[in-house]
Design a protein around this ligand. Structure first.
Ligand code: ADP
Ligand code: MG
Length: 315
């Protein structure tokens, strides 16, 4: 299939929105940002074999490529609006692109995100997405905004995606619920929006809780103390992995796409209220303290460390 036909196929299926003055088809898109808001921009790339197993279904790759980007917007408390899609494909296979679009556009539709442009080239399978969204000035959940005494919270459950990857790597049959967390992460957009003006610092958990909360601590010039037993675990994870491996997956596994955020203790009830209002569970897991780094304590009050750190590229 020629590149032109492939782009046309994408254009025909992509939805638009009223603030897209000109979408796919010209040299660039023309977009109308709302007055008085900041434009929030994030990019993430997925490479075959690095960010997803080679045999992953095209629809799952499409979903995940957008999901990991929307997760970055969620972590800034932004409302998503537009995206661009840069595709590198070994061959222009229309069945592959149709499957990819099924996943990509299903998630885009859920969040009213318009695909407004991109690039299509031949090469090893790689998908790069850029998302654009909006946030009110002063309300973004920045990494450098944690303060001593803040509570540390996390949404949903931790370790499920890493558990699925572990099962896949070891050749074991993978648990469906865990595998869904790996292939179809749900960006916490509604929670991020709800936390604007309530929480202080925030980050999405993509490289593992300890690594990502470590970024918040470094940027904020503070440390965090976490309660190991408080880290939320799904029932699927609890039945598939026993402690201590389960704890390692929760603390250091990656690909969770949950939000980890800090908030002063006096807004504890507000955090619980806004999270309940959007139907996303949140769990208190620790506190921001003086110093540096992230320390974890077990039920006996002993220092706990995972067998290995979070997933780091080229690490
Ligand atoms: P140019 O040579 O001017 O960069 P292209 O032929 O690369 O133009 O792209 C033509 C139009 O199709 C542009 O509007 C571009 O944004 C869009 N486009 C190309 N590839 C994609 C893609 N994978 N997804 C969405 N839009 C795309
Ligand atoms: Mg181009």
């Amino acid at each position: 299939m020629p590149e032109f036909d492939l782009i046309d196929r994408i254009r025909q299926r992509a939805a638009t929105r009223e603030d897209v003055v000109l979408g796919i088809g010209d040299d660039a898109a023309l977009l109308q940002p709302p007055a008085g808001k900041l434009l929030v921009v994030a990019t993430d790339t997925l490479n075959a074999g690095v960010h997803f197993p080679g045999e992953t279904a095209p629809a799952d790759i499409g979903w995940k490529a957008l999901a990991v980007n929307l997760s970055d917007l969620a972590a800034m408390a932004a409302e998503p609006a537009w995206c661009t899609l840069s595709l590198s494909l070994p061959d222009a296979d229309e069945r592959w692109i149709d499957g990819f679009l099924d996943g990509f556009l299903a998630l885009a539709g859920q969040h009213r995100v318009a695909l407004v442009g991109g690039d299509t080239t031949r090469g090893p399978l790689s998908v790069s997405v850029t998302v654009h969204g909006f946030v009110e000035p002063g309300r973004a959940l920045r990494r450098d905004a944690a303060r001593i005494g803040d509570d540390v919270w996390v949404s949903g459950t931790l370790g499920d995606a890493a558990a699925a990857l572990e099962q896949w790597r070891s050749g074991a049959s993978s648990d469906e619920a865990l595998r869904a967390r790996l292939d179809r992460p749900v960006p916490r957009i509604a929670l991020g929006r709800a936390l604007a003006g309530v929480a202080r610092a925030g980050i999405d958990v993509s490289d593992g809780l300890l690594a990502d909360l470590g970024h918040v601590c470094r940027a904020s010039g503070a440390a965090a103390e976490l309660d190991l037993e408080s880290l939320p675990a799904s029932e699927a994870l609890q039945s598939a992995f026993a402690v201590p491996q389960r704890h390692a997956l929760q603390a250091a596994g990656g690909d969770d796409y949950e939000l980890c955020f800090t908030a002063p203790p006096d807004v504890l009830e507000d955090v619980q209220r806004v999270a309940a209002a959007v139907g996303t569970p949140v769990t208190w897991i620790g506190r921001i303290v003086e110093g540096e780094g992230v320390r974890v304590f077990d039920a006996d009050g002993e220092r706990w460390a995972p067998p290995r750190g979070g997933y780091e590229h080229f690490g």
